[in-house]
Unconditional design. Sequence first.
Length: 483
Amino acid sequence: MRITSLLLLFLSITTYAQHAPEPYGALPSKRQLGWHDVEVYGLIHFTPTTFENKEWGFGDANPKTFNPANFDAEQIVAAAKAGGLKGIILVAKHHDGFALWPTKTTNYNITKSPFRNGKGDLVREVEQAVRKARLKFGIYCSPWDRNNPLYGTDKYLAIYQAQLKELYGNYGELFMSWHDGANGGDGYYGGAREKRSIDNTTYYDWANTWAITRKMQPMANIFSDIGLDIRWVGNEDGHAAETSWATFTPMPPKGKNVAVPGQANYPESPEGIRNGKFWMPAECDVPLRKGWFYHPTEKPKTPEMLFDLYLKSVGRGAGLDLGLAPDTRGQLHDDDVLALKTFGEMVKNTFANNFAKNASITANNTRGKDYLVNKLIDNNKETYWATTDNTHTASLEINLKSLKTFDIVSLREYIPLGQRVEAYNIEILENNSWKKIYDGTSIGAKRLIKFDQPVTTNKVKINITQSPVCITLSEIGLYKKSL
């Protein structure tokens, strides 16, 4: 009987250990998991404002101003793809109110321009080029309209919602519906040159407006200062905080009563909120040049600068949204094309060779045969190593079998079960003793740790020192930055 009881106990423990860990905290939806896979994407600004050499159009530009000599959506998309971008968001209407598609909602649209002899649809051309390149497509339609005479009245919301419906209904599946908090000010307003103010907590009726998004584009991630799916990181510098949580609870800023786009708890946006109410990772938006629109006196950021932004955005569990600004020809400038291409090659070449790929890894705790350490180097983020339920700290030792020189460590948690790890450190074997070279906090969807100088070793330790629940890690990588 004693042997039978022990056997049953062993079998029950073994069986239990094969159960997946319980989820922890707020979890990503299917559409959010898809967004995490994109990592880097672009935001195209191209309206009459480009031809005025301004950053924000006033709404009074003659539609005939919009006359690109040689618009080439495929050239723009090819340059973006060479840069490693996996998605494109088109600004279909900026604050100037000029619609880049033949909308029924306003006469201030592309059919009144010389583009394609008044028969053009720039949204369609970009969408088709994006899909041909097998990238994801998204839309931004500004809620503020400095041209529309009805802006500021109770009749404008129906126009804005109708514009969203046209864009949602006519251009295929979207991976993002991008929104900001632009909410009134000086404008042309059909000839009434004046300042119009609105109550941004109620005027756009975001709850019902975003209900249209959910109904018509259920897989589109809604981006704004407050989500619903992706939050603004709180700056336009292109980076998240060193500690970066994918969870967030939108709250009104001090002295306000409602959290809405253009009015939120920005001081907490770069870092997020540990154990926030919602899975709401950050987007780090930054123009490739100084401004969002093309200006001939500006130059694009260097590939080195872009790589640094990649480490501080994607490498902190966020997304990198690069502003792309076609010139007056309707193409990306050669400088932009070269910067993107070199950046894309830098990322591709850097992460092509994982020195941990053929390593031998041991752990001081493992949940069971379905969660073994070999999952960490199988190049499959859908599999993961996990500890037993009561094990909230653990060590992984990576034996590289020979000396390797690297300067980037990549870590991934299995985020379908939540963001769990709160502290960890990295050690290397040096002169037959362990030397700590990094202390970290958050990991999340992806963590890229870049050392100031490369290190050379044959053994590495990853020590998870704090987690409220059992640990799940899906991938580990050791890389050397490539120029």
